[in-house]
Ligand binder design. Structure first.
Ligand SMILES: [Fe+2]
Length: 453
């Protein structure tokens, strides 16, 4: 297989979470902790900063308990459209605070249900040929190129919702990022059966784990927190996100793209308790807690990084993060065509039991603005669509290579071609007039990497 194929081992969604819990991290993490404490005098400010943080989390948790799933902001897609493609100001502030949102009626219900029926047919057509988790009765399928998924990823309303999500972020003007263009990230899908208990995911964070401290550019995102001033931390500043390395140890499930928000499109009606998503809706506070936790007295003299291990996602564990687990809440009811987005550093989990008479099904589709990391991945992902192979970030199963009914580049709409990097971006005066210097350069980079031989 050519060099653009996935370099991961075969596997399933579980590959991202497997770790040897007792395996100790190397000595270098001990010196990394000392370095972090000595930078910006964190050592002297840590105790105070931590006390303020714990108090604030306590207060916010009371509010979350009081409101339950209703603490999660909800907005009609039509309200975003009417507001010129961005969130109305009061909702934007709430989404930023919670680090997540449910957007209602993004895709019409009947279209969303049709996506599900078509994908079920696709699975039926290839019985026994598609890997998934669990092995014996898959609920999360290793599928990337069904026509339904490809259509959903470039549904004009879905792309508009992603662009609205991206617009909650900002960056220094020279940063190579254009929030007005959403590129496409091709992930898999879940059709969780009623009564299923196999696909329960405990609290975790995607986007790597030790990398948040270890990679200098990733760490830069959390500079305020690591200076003892978590109050100044801005979870929506992308300046250092665009070149952050989130996968230093070839993690299956590590995402090469910068996702401003992770997300999915719902293909079912799912109530809290029906096998749905759970989140910790205090993004600024939960991130500050996560980043400071390994530096506290009980861990500082050890290599233990509080749930972070090489090559796996960040685990959120009762022994280290109980106050954050206490703040986790199920999302409100969602219907087919609704979308859910949560911040890339957001703690999330999946309810243990799909306690419902219907399935709990989603297409995983994040929001991924045009930027350096994403352009590089697009070149590889474009190859994967052309050849029907597994995209490079995922376990190398290549189930769909020989499926004649899989999507091909010719199935892409104009918007789909643009998101997948099959069409160059316009650089004429009218389309770049309102863009920052960095956004224009991001477009130039896109055209250079994807279209210049
Ligand atoms: Fe996750």
């Amino acid at each position: 297989m050519a060099h653009y194929a996935s370099s991961k081992k075969p596997g399933s969604i579980l590959s991202a979470f497997k770790s040897d819990k007792d395996e100790e991290l190397p000595e270098k993490y001990l010196s990394l902790k000392q370095e972090l404490l000595n930078t910006n005098n964190l050592k002297d400010k840590l105790a105070n900063s931590w006390t303020r943080l714990v108090k604030e989390i306590e207060n916010e948790t009371k509010e979350i308990k009081r409101l339950g799933p209703n603490v999660i902001p909800q907005v009609e897609f039509s309200d975003i459209s009417k507001n010129g493609g961005t969130f109305p100001q009061n909702i934007a502030e709430e989404v930023r605070k919670r680090g997540m949102v449910v957007i209602r009626n993004v895709v019409p219900q009947d279209e969303a249900l049709e996506y599900k029926e078509k994908v079920k047919e696709y699975i039926q057509n290839h019985k026994g040929e598609i890997a998934g988790f669990p092995d014996d009765d898959p609920q999360v399928w290793e599928l990337y190129w069904s026509k339904s998924q490809v259509a959903a990823r470039s549904h004009p309303n879905f792309v508009a919702a992603q662009t609205a999500m991206n617009s909650l972020w900002h960056a220094a003007p020279e940063t190579l990022i254009d929030f007005s263009i959403n590129t496409t990230y091709c992930d898999r899908l879940r059709i969780r059966k009623p009564g299923d208990t196999s696909f329960a995911l405990a609290e975790h964070i995607d986007g790597g784990s030790v990398e948040r401290w270890e990679d200098p550019e990733y760490r830069n995102c959390f500079k305020s927190i690591l200076s003892g001033e978590w109050e100044k931390y801005d979870p929506y500043d992308a300046t250092h996100r665009v070149n952050a390395i989130m996968d230093l140890y070839n993690c299956s499930g590590g995402c090469s793209m910068f996702r401003s928000f992770q997300g999915w499109l719902s293909l079912s009606t799912v109530f809290p308790g029906g096998g749905t998503l759970r989140v910790c809706p205090i993004i600024k506070l939960s991130t500050a807690y996560l980043i400071l936790r390994p530096l506290l007295e009980d861990l500082v003299e050890t290599t233990n990084m509080a749930g972070a291990k090489q090559g796996v996602q960040q685990h959120i564990l009762p022994e280290f993060h109980q106050p954050l687990i206490d703040a986790v809440v199920s999302i409100p009811q969602v219907n087919p065509g609704d979308c859910v987005f949560w911040h890339c550093d957001g703690i999330h989990a999946v309810e243990e039991c799909c306690n419902s008479v219907t399935d709990s099904s989603v297409f995983y589709i994040p929001s991924t603005p045009l930027c350096n990391n994403n352009i590089k991945y697009l070149a590889r992902q474009r190859y994967a669509l052309e050849n029907g192979v597994t995209p490079q970030d995922f376990p190398l199963n290549n189930c769909e290579v020989d499926f004649s009914d899989r999507a091909k580049p010719s199935d892409l709409t104009e918007l789909g071609k643009l998101g997948m990097g099959f069409t160059p971006l316009s650089l004429d005066a009218a389309s770049t007039e309102k863009l920052s210097e960095g956004a224009i350069n991001a477009r130039k980079e896109f055209n250079k990497v994807l279209f210049e031989k």
